[in-house]
Design a protein around this ligand. Structure first.
Ligand code: HEC
Ligand code: HEC
Length: 365
């Protein structure tokens, strides 16, 4: 008998006696899963342009902060601080999510206030707490740099090549390129050997426990908003004062029903991006998984189960695409700022004293 006939027979038998014999594998339970990454087409000229812009502090008000400051490729596209530090050493209110695979999130930001990467990218450049730049100065400064001037013109044409829209377009294109295929993707496409036994156990447990009711789809997240603390009050468990950032989506809609709702974050590259949660309160991935099971699902996981889930989560850690990193040849030059004097920020001169500062009026411009 030819192998394919054998196979179809076996399959038929298996289907016929579903659940009736202990030898046949249990029928798959309908639970949402995690999908493999699709391919994304990008314009590589824009990617190379956006890559340099992403790493360039020229986009910030005082030339000290770039996107990469808070979204480091050496830290899974996020940062190691609990909450971001912007220009002048100002400590922001919330942890920076990863830019890797962010393209697949249905909205951007923890509270979903930006629709897509392009809408998102304008935010940090002008945010006085983050980069404190302005779109009156940034395009002019960028156009003064030979490297940029030539490339903007060749990609966007002679007239008005360096504009806010084009800067953002190039950065967003670079971010769309930052997609990280992982062992899990090979597994999801049918290569069972891509995950070891513990990781496979972990994935099964991840689904059975109910994690995929929220962490599902291509990004193992990024498809919906959910309350932080569905069955138990997370904020009481965490302790400390409630901050504005803790209000989540409520800040956007003003709707009481959205209080403490956040975009379910991606779990891709999660092993690389501690600390965890919007408040950056958890250094340990094990502890974060324990908290999730408890406050979202009312379940207590044993240490061995947590270890399995964490092993599985490790299989979502992927490889950066070949040209993700800025090569030596495109290195950002040391620039001497000749224009406006750099604004002195009190916190910048302190020895790492982290203090939340209100943006002062003289930081604009
Ligand atoms: C000072 C630190 C800082 C800088 C600089 C910064 N970001 Fe962010 N970024 C953050 C923080 C914090 C958040 C989350 C803010 C929120 O959700 O309210 C964020 C969110 C994002 C997101 C949303 C990801 C998601 O899953 O929701 C993207 C994309 C992003 N930043 C890209 C950029 C780009 C592009 C730049 C440069 C133009 C940049 N960031 C500069 C700190 C920073
Ligand atoms: C009811 C929806 C829901 C369920 C179920 C759920 N999560 Fe989450 N998860 C979230 C939300 C929302 C956040 C963001 C919360 C925050 O930062 O305040 C999150 C955050 C996380 C984080 C931290 C991500 C980061 O970037 O900081 C991890 C890790 C995580 N979840 C793992 C799990 C695991 C493992 C399970 C199953 C045991 C699980 N989650 C179940 C909604 C859910």
């Amino acid at each position: 008998m030819r192998p394919w006939i054998l196979c179809s027979l076996v399959c038929l038998v298996a289907c016929d006696c579903e659940g009736s014999s202990s030898d046949t594998p249990a029928p798959p339970v309908e639970r949402p899963g995690i999908d493999p990454l699709p391919e994304v087409e990008v314009n590589m000229d824009k990617v190379f342009l956006g890559r340099r812009l992403f790493h360039d502090p020229l986009l910030s008000g005082d030339g000290s902060v770039s996107c990469a400051t808070c979204h480091s490729l050496d830290h899974g596209g996020a940062e190691s601080r609990a909450t971001s530090e912007g220009i002048g050493g100002q400590v922001g209110p919330i942890n920076s999510p990863t830019v890797l695979n962010a393209h697949f999130n249905f909205r951007q930001f923890w509270d979903g206030r930006a629709e897509d990467l392009a809408e998102q990218a304008a935010g940090p450049i002008e945010n006085p707490m983050e980069m404190g730049g302005s779109f009156e100065d940034v395009p002019r400064n960028v156009a003064e740099d030979e490297w940029y001037a030539t490339r903007f013109t060749s990609i966007y044409g002679e007239e008005d090549a360096v504009t806010k829209e084009h800067i953002i377009d190039a950065i967003a294109e670079y971010e769309r390129y930052l997609i990280t295929p992982s062992p899990f993707d090979r597994y999801a496409r049918g290569d069972e050997s891509a995950l070891n036994e513990q990781q496979q156990r972990g994935y099964a447990l991840f689904r059975e426990t109910g994690c995929t009711t929220c962490h599902q789809g291509v990004n193992a997240g990024g498809t919906m908003y959910q309350k932080m603390g569905v069955v138990e009050n997370y904020f009481e468990l965490r302790g400390g004062e409630l901050t504005d950032a803790d209000m989540g989506r409520f800040n956007v809609t003003g709707d009481e029903a959205n209080r403490h709702f956040f975009k379910v974050p991606t779990l891709r590259n999660i092993t690389l991006t501690p600390p965890y949660f919007h408040d950056g309160s958890q250094e340990s991935l094990e502890e974060s998984v324990r908290i999730m099971a408890r406050v979202q699902l009312g379940k207590t996981l044993e240490d061995a189960q947590i270890a399995d889930i964490v092993a599985f989560l490790g299989s979502l850690t992927g490889e950066l695409p070949e040209h993700a990193r800025l090569p030596e040849a495109d290195a950002i030059p040391e620039r001497v700022r000749t224009g406006e004097p750099v604004v002195e920020h009190p916190a910048a001169t302190g020895d790492g004293d982290e203090e939340v500062l209100e943006p002062s009026p003289d930081e604009e411009g």
